[in-house]
Design a protein around this ligand. Structure first.
Ligand code: PRP
Length: 215
């Protein structure tokens, strides 16, 4: 039997996914030790887990370096990789939104060549060009996107809003909601055929656990 390989998004989501895997009887003790190791194995269960940069998780899964990935819907939408999305884990719930100064409320559609700063150029492009049919200028940033409208780099931002604290503390507000987000399980297309039974077992166990925990 070959290894079933998981790509996890480094950080809090990887920790939550590890807890989930432990609860469904697929623990990886090696991963609990504090180290800078990136790959972990459970020989008994023929399980391999590795930690990747969040935005790279769909890439590892598309190319089959991992059979299964756990990553946020924001990354799945932005990377747009050829993978199966199998399960909504309902972890890390938040939303993608257009945000800006309160005076922009209700005025976006009238804005000629609206400047939109974002870490998510594909999501922003899809929303404005395809859903709203509005021509905008997308400005790609790599973080602290809330700065952009404050210092005059952009009119609005497209970003993740969780508690809303970052927006509030910077005098910004949600102008339009784009979509809800949460962590999803993605699967490689070939693995889905070759390892169908093993993969579906994992998905079913996760589904059952979620059902029990929501009772
Ligand atoms: C994310 C997001 C917002 C913030 C939203 O940023 O881009 O800035 O969290 O959370 P809140 O609504 O609970 O305040 P992250 O912490 O990932 O850092 P970044 O801005 O450097 O990308």
């Amino acid at each position: 039997m070959g290894y079933l390989t998981f790509a996890l998004a480094k950080g809090r989501l990887a920790e939550q996914t590890m807890e989930l895997l432990e609860k469904i009887g697929m623990p990886c003790e090696e991963m609990k030790e504090k180290s800078r190791k990136l790959i972990f194995v459970n020989e008994e269960l023929k399980l391999k887990l590795f930690l990747a940069k969040t935005s790279d998780v769909p890439t590892y899964v598309e190319y089959g370096a991992a059979d299964i990935g756990v990553v946020g819907k924001d990354t799945i939408l932005e990377e747009n990789r050829n993978v199966y999305e199998m399960l909504d884990l309902k972890l890390g719930k938040c939303k993608m939104a257009v945000a800006g100064l309160p005076e922009m409320k209700g005025k976006l559609a009238q804005c000629h060549n609206l400047r939109v700063a974002t870490k998510y150029p594909n999501i922003a492009t899809d929303y404005f060009y395809h859903q709203k049919r509005q021509t905008v200028s997308i400005i790609k940033l790599n973080g602290s996107v809330e700065l952009a409208p404050i210092v005059g780099l952009s009119d609005v931002i497209v970003d993740i809003v969780e508690s809303g604290a970052t927006l509030r503390e910077n005098g910004l507000t949600v102008l339009e909601e784009i979509c809800p987000l949460s962590a999803r399980v993605i699967v490689n297309r070939v693995s889905m055929k070759m390892e169908h039974e093993r993969i579906m077992q994992v998905i079913d166990k996760m589904r059952k656990l979620m059902k029990e925990e929501s009772k």
